[in-house]
Design a binder for this molecule. Structure first.
Ligand SMILES: C[S@@+](CC[C@H](N)C(=O)[O-])C[C@H]1O[C@@H](n2cnc3c(N)ncnc32)[C@H](O)[C@@H]1O
Length: 258
């Protein structure tokens, strides 16, 4: 899928006039146009509502709205059900007994994998290069930080906006024990394997073309292992062969030991 220029398909809007100033500030921060009702709507609207920031698709058959949520619904259910034994992602990054590796997630996306790992006790640094996806994540983090029940988990979850490749190439701090990579995989359109939220994100960010380079840079920085999430039958990234893989229903985790 070709990468679309966010400015040509996306504008910032709000659902309540009291949010107009906030919407203008967000549009300026992201370098996006501000949508005024009555104008032709672009394909996507990043919409401020009184409760949250949402990505809305416009037009016929629109999907959405998409927002990141660490509080209610599916992710809360998953948090309650989550045990390290059950979660393949947890076993893949090396959670075992009392071991809780520090994780650098190079492809934060909607933060689901990072949140699972933070719920299980890992310190997680997420990196996201799309400023729009990062804005959705930051909004969810702000809301979740207001919930005392999530305080411990949210204290372990941090977001950095930027390109992971750049960040790894200029890395100076302590080496993270585990580095996690879940790139956008070029699925055929409308594949049932692509979750609804991810389809909207794909529209915005396109496919990730730098995954092989990310793996190579990650292998130079991680102190214990690098984990790459792939669709179950997809080839491994170009580079050394993984030491082992863990398979889930639709996806697979390729684990590279340092
Ligand atoms: C498939 S999604 C990740 C989904 C995530 N694991 C989750 O649980 O929600 C991939 C995300 O990684 C981001 N990404 C890809 N390459 C990146 C890079 N080099 N630096 C920062 N972010 C990157 C994309 O913008 C996209 O939002």
């Amino acid at each position: 899928m070709p990468t679309l220029n966010p400015e040509s398909i996306l504008a910032v809007s709000q659902t309540d006039p009291s949010l107009a100033d906030k919407a203008s500030a967000l549009a300026a921060q992201l370098g996006l146009p501000l949508y005024k009702s009555g104008e032709n709507a672009p394909a996507l609207l990043l919409t401020l509502t009184p409760s949250q920031l949402e990505l809305r698709q416009t037009g016929k058959g629109a999907e959405g709205p998409l927002f990141v949520d660490f509080i209610g619904g599916a992710i809360e259910y998953r948090r309650r059900q989550t045990t390290s034994r059950k979660e393949a992602v947890a076993r893949a990054v090396g959670l075992k007994g009392g071991t809780r590796p520090v994780v650098l997630d190079l492809t934060a996306g909607l933060g689901r994998d990072s949140f699972t790992l933070a719920s299980l006790g890992c310190m997680v640094q997420m990196v996201e290069r799309s400023p729009v996806v990062a804005a959705l994540l930051a909004d969810a983090i702000k809301r979740a930080r207001q919930k005392p029940a999530l305080a411990e988990i949210m204290a372990r979850l941090h977001l950095l906006v930027g390109d992971s490749l750049q960040i790894l190439r200029t890395w100076q701090g302590e080496r993270p024990e585990a580095i996690y990579i879940d790139p956008m995989y070029p699925h055929r359109s409308k594949s049932a394997l692509v979750k609804k939220g991810m389809r909207l994100i794909r529209l915005l960010v396109g496919d990730d073309q730098d995954s092989d380079a990310l793996l190579s840079a990650a292998l130079a920085i991680a102190s214990r292992r690098v984990v790459v999430k792939r669709p179950r039958l997809a080839p491994a990234l170009t580079g050394p062969a993984p030491n082992f893989t863990l398979s889930g229903k639709n996806s697979r985790f390729d684990v590279y030991l340092i």
